[in-house]
Design a protein around this ligand. Structure first.
Ligand code: SAJ
Length: 493
């Protein structure tokens, strides 16, 4: 690859330099290909079409291609996306294909494929690698390749660029543009975030950087932030997510400490949040989704390549990954407190999605809790307003909380859907077996509303039995290495 670019002194061949983009878009001359029509790629493609580009969406899944060409969109929880896709499918300004030969004759090619981590927590870049190979064999001089997929710092320059060069025989920077513009939007409000959050853009050449900044400025209507390289852009994306994961882990660790001290973690956090430089993060059943559970491992993988070990980042992941086990422990103790055991009890799980009001169970921590409770002999029922009547994780989702809770011994709130903030706890309590427990895995309800409805309530960081009423606790038993304190069961209410 050409050496690091110095501003202005590098001859770059671009079909659409920054200064030509406005006219090109107005004239419908700019061709953009988006690789991967998922929750990020599809809205990205639709917004580029909205800006006047002629967009080709490439996906390996024929169903996704057919749905897109028919103007249909499966992301029903993404406001505004369905209409935008329909508009451009009908207008033929967005067409999708599974054929690489029909897909890559474009001025800008944007890679939006998934980058999961495997069982061993190693980043799986196979989809990105495949995309780079398919693009590379068809790459033409003057095209700009932008990676939106989240990858470790250096992967664009060290893996994607070299694949494109070896397959095309062209040189990055001088003969084609190489850039990173990591996706930065929150499932459930993708279009809103894409149209409001500044995008971070880094490229290997100044002309390419300027062109990508101009393209995104016009397509998204936001002022992109240009950084010095693709690796810097990827570092920004990972840093903001790892910052979040580490702070969630800190709130989880405090929550476990506060349980032992009879302190309400939410009361502490809300009080802390009155300080101008405190960024509140909340404890819960765990961290799920397509981003946070995996982003740390991209950084860890790249850091360890040159021998540095991000201890705090790794420990935070371990703490968050243990939270489903901790909530199962709370469930066991809450059932004990009402004279029952997990084995043989019916536990109703409220929420399977990884976060509130999204229809997405990717890496949801709820799955781990459900598996553990089942292994312990509990009978499970489940309700999630985003999946009514469907089968999720092999379980039939009830049509309502009331239906799921009939004859149950314990409610386990696992996702803080808006609907669950207004649960009719008295009606639920009546439908359940006597002496029922309510375990609040997201600290989503006011404890007194649960106790006044007759539940024995506990939450993450909110075991409401004051220390003076506790039986003497054994020394923290961490031999299990599960980081979960073992305490004497609560005194009977
Ligand atoms: N979570 C907690 N405690 C918190 C916040 C979140 O336990 O205080 C849990 C959530 O329940 C969920 C997981 O962490 O299981 C991830 O939550 P999230 O709000 O970070 O949701 P994501 O994964 O959709 O994060 C996306 C990210 N966006 C991108 O990666 C582009 C993240 O950077 C955003 O901060 C986040 O959306 C957002 O702000 O909503």
């Amino acid at each position: 690859m050409a050496g690091p670019s110095k501003e202005g002194n590098l001859a770059e061949t671009l079909n659409f330099p920054a200064g030509a983009l406005a006219r090109g878009l107005e004239g419908g001359k700019v061709k953009v290909t988006v690789v991967g029509l998922g929750r990020i790629g599809l809205p990205t493609a639709a917004l580029f079409a909205e800006s006047g580009a002629r967009v080709t969406g490439f996906d390996v899944d024929p169903t996704v291609v057919d749905e897109t060409n028919a103007g249909r969109c499966k992301f029903v929880d993404e406001p505004g996306l369905g209409d935008l896709v329909k508009k451009h499918a009908v207008g033929r300004t967005l067409r999708a294909t599974t054929s690489p030969d029909d897909a890559f004759d474009s001025d800008f090619i944007v890679i939006c494929v998934p980058t999961p981590v495997d069982q061993g927590k190693t980043p799986d870049y196979s989809a990105v690698r495949r995309a780079a190979e398919e693009i590379g064999v068809r790459l033409k001089r003057g095209t700009v390749v932008v990676t939106e997929s989240t990858v470790g710092p250096g992967v664009v320059e060290g893996m994607i660029g070299p694949i494109l060069e070896s397959k095309s025989g062209l040189e990055a920077t001088s003969e084609f543009g190489l850039a990173a513009c990591p996706e930065r939007s929150d499932p459930g409000k993708i279009l809103k975030d894409m149209r409001s959050l500044p995008r971070i853009i880094g490229a290997t050449g100044p002309g390419c950087a300027a062109a990508v900044v101009e393209l995104y400025r016009r397509a998204l209507g936001v002022e992109p932030i240009r950084v010095s390289s693709p690796r810097t852009a990827n570092a920004v994306k990972l840093t903001e997510n790892i910052f979040r994961d580490v702070n969630i882990a800190l709130s989880n660790e405090f929550a476990i400490l506060f349980e032992g001290l009879g302190i309400d973690a939410m009361e502490v956090i809300d009080a802390c949040a009155t300080k101008y430089n405190f960024v509140p993060h909340y404890p819960g059943i765990g961290v799920g989704g397509p981003c946070l559970p995996s982003n740390s491992y991209y950084m860890i993988a790249e850091a360890m390549k040159d021998g540095s070990i991000p201890y705090l980042v790794r420990m935070a992941r371990e703490i968050n990954d243990r939270m489903p086990e901790h909530v199962v422990e709370l469930t066991s103790q809450a059932l004990n407190a009402v004279g029952k055991t997990v084995k043989g009890s019916k536990v109703t799980v409220l929420g399977v999605a990884y976060k509130p009001d999204v229809r997405d169970v990717q890496l949801t921590p709820v799955e781990k809790a459900i598996r553990r409770l089942t292994a312990m002999g509990a009978k499970l029922s489940v309700y999630d307003p985003m999946y009514r009547g469907e089968t999720v994780m092999g379980m039939k989702v009830a049509e309502s909380a009331l239906e799921a809770a009939a004859g149950a011994d314990c409610l386990l709130l696992a996702t803080a859907h808006t609907e669950f903030k207004k649960l009719d706890l008295k009606a639920l309590s009546k439908a359940m077996n006597k002496a029922a427990a309510f375990v609040d895995g997201r600290d989503a309800v006011v404890p007194s509303s649960a106790t006044s409805a007759g539940f024995f309530y506990c939450g993450v960081g909110r075991s409401l039995v004051p220390p003076e009423r506790r039986e003497p606790t054994e020394a923290p038993n961490d031999t299990a290495g599960a980081g979960v304190r073992r305490r004497a069961p609560w005194p009977r209410p």
